[in-house]
Design a protein around this ligand. Structure first.
Ligand code: NAD
Length: 490
């Protein structure tokens, strides 16, 4: 056994394999299990308990039983738990980074970046916990008072995707703890290991039993279905694809649940003729290739002014060609595999359709031979404006480049999407950057920046990219309700 294999085995041995219900790790009620695979090899990493509907209900029972008491804990106490969790995750960054790389495929260097980013939600919300102000004013009429206070919304169902296994969990658990909500967390079945280890870390940080329950499982709807029909659940916070988000919104209507929906994106990356092209290429690489393109914020449509398109594309293609696909744990690997075979096949089908309708692959354009679900970093030019690849999330290392002729044209192309999550604009002219930001319909805008996610900033989309925000002060508000108390003057 090589050192690396031994290290991997030791790390996997630390991951709890059960369901976390009321502070205890248990088997599934029917003894069922599911396997978690390494996308770089297709081999099994670990077998976890697979939650049944009954287990999901037991998790909600536990969350509901402690909700009232948890809501009354001192904000400082909740803040300190989050701060300890931040310290523990940070101390254990090697474990969290390696675990994410193993189950999700991302290169280790990127996984370390996610540990920093993901842990920051714990620290940010630890600091927000004690500064969540209400208000007390005299009415406009001059008599009587208006008192507004925030209360935890109640037990929450948190559903996370596979692409950022740590950050998607901390972005929900952090504010829920800060607000005083109890939780049932359902991680994605492809990458639940990080959530399992993170939940164990939260318990070690002092979270009382029942506050956070984790029900990993092979069947998402078996878990979420009955929970969403139960009057005790008060909120669902979902990060994932738009079709599943729409279904959950319909389900949430029955009990008028609070919802936060972080859904898909189709980010435009706009390069104006006055942009610093080297900076734009650097930003393009980050915006496209972070997480192998498997990010809701991934640049999906490169819109480049026709005067600089040739130069930008040549530099961008050279940078893409220099990338090295490989298992995330290999020191020289800069692009990991896609998460599963189906994901790779879908990306390739989009590329083939684009090429069939006239596009040219300057680099890449095919899966990488051999084991694992690798896809060549790809740059496509001459892509028709109505090509399917421009209309939907690619979720892979493929960059279609198209051109525009004027600012108005760029804005029109950027807005021609039902999504409105991330967008990127490159120009040296700040008046133009603000002018364009005013007119584009996106929740997140990067000015000369290819990565803008930050725990202190409100993350979220408009249009079919979702509802609500995670991070920033807005992130905490998602987990609270407002209570108004009218006070008669004596
Ligand atoms: P997905 O919608 O397939 O799954 C997301 C989660 O929902 C998983 O935990 C899954 O098990 C669960 N799920 C699936 N079907 C369900 C159902 N019927 N009922 C309840 N839960 C169900 O998405 P994915 O493939 O895991 O993630 C990729 C998607 O997530 C992309 O569309 C991406 O853009 C989006 N995403 C959005 C953000 C954001 O903040 N806006 C962040 C990351 C990913």
């Amino acid at each position: 056994m090589s050192i690396t294999a031994q290290r991997e085995a030791e790390l996997l041995a630390k991951v709890p394999t059960g369901l976390l219900i009321n502070g205890e790790w248990r088997d599934a009620s029917d003894g069922g299990t599911f396997d978690v695979l390494d996308p770089a090899t297709g081999e099994k990493l670990l077998t976890l308990a697979s939650a049944t509907s009954e287990d999901a209900m037991a998790a909600l029972d536990a969350a509901d039983a402690v909700q009232a008491e948890w809501a009354l804990t001192a904000p400082r106490e909740r803040a300190e738990i989050l701060r300890r969790a931040f310290d523990l995750v940070t101390e254990r960054k090697d474990d969290f980074a390696l675990l994410m790389s193993l189950e999700m495929g991302k290169p280790l260097a990127e996984a370390y970046g996610e540990v920093t980013y993901g842990a920051e939600f714990l620290r940010w919300f630890s600091e927000e916990t004690v500064r969540h102000y209400g208000r007390y004013i005299t009415t406009p009429e001059g008599k009587n008072k208006v008192l507004v206070q925030h209360k935890p919304v109640g037990p929450c169902l948190l559903i996370t995707p596979w692409n950022f296994p740590l950050a998607m969990a901390t972005r929900k658990v952090g504010p829920a703890v800060a607000a005083g909500c109890t939780m049932v967390l359902k991680p994605a079945k492809l990458t639940p290991l990080t959530s399992q280890l993170f939940a164990a870390t939260m318990m070690e940080a002092g979270l009382p039993a029942g506050v956070l329950n984790v029900v990993s499982g092979a069947s998402a709807s078996k878990i979420s279905g009955p929970l969403m029909q139960d009057d005790r659940l008060r909120k669902v916070s979902f990060t994932g694809s738009t079709p599943v988000g729409k279904q959950l919104m319909k389900d949430a209507a029955d009990k008028v649940l609070r919802t936060s929906m972080e859904l898909g994106g189709n980010a435009p990356f706009i390069v104006f003729e006055d942009a610093d092209l080297d900076a734009a290429v650097e930003g393009a690489m980050a915006a496209k290739m972070r997480n192998m393109g498997e990010a809701c914020t991934a640049a999906n449509r490169f819109l480049v002014h026709q005067d600089v398109a040739e130069e930008f594309t040549a530099k961008f293609a050279a940078a893409m060609k220099a990338l090295k696909p490989g298992r995330g744990t290999e020191a020289d690997s800069t692009v990991g595999p896609l998460v599963e075979e189906k994901a790779r096949d879908e990306v390739h089908a989009l590329v083939e359709a684009a090429v069939a309708s006239g596009a040219t692959a300057l680099v890449g354009g095919a899966p990488v031979e051999g084991p694992g679900y690798f896809y060549q970093p790809t740059v496509l030019v001459n892509v028709a404006n109505d090509a399917q690849i421009l209309g939907q999330e690619i979720f892979g290392p493929v960059a279609p480049v198209t051109t525009f002729t004027s600012e108005e044209h760029a804005i029109k192309l950027a807005n021609a999407s039902e999504y409105g999550l991330a967008s990127y604009i490159y120009s040296k002219d700040f008046s133009r950057l603000f002018r364009v930001a005013e007119q584009i319909e996106f929740g997140l805008v990067g000015f000369n920046a290819g990565v803008i996610s930050n725990a202190a900033a409100p993350f979220g989309g408009v249009k079919q990219s979702g509802l609500g925000r995670e991070g920033g002060a807005e992130g905490l508000a998602e987990y609270t309700t407002v209570q108004y108390i009218g006070i008669a003057d004596p």
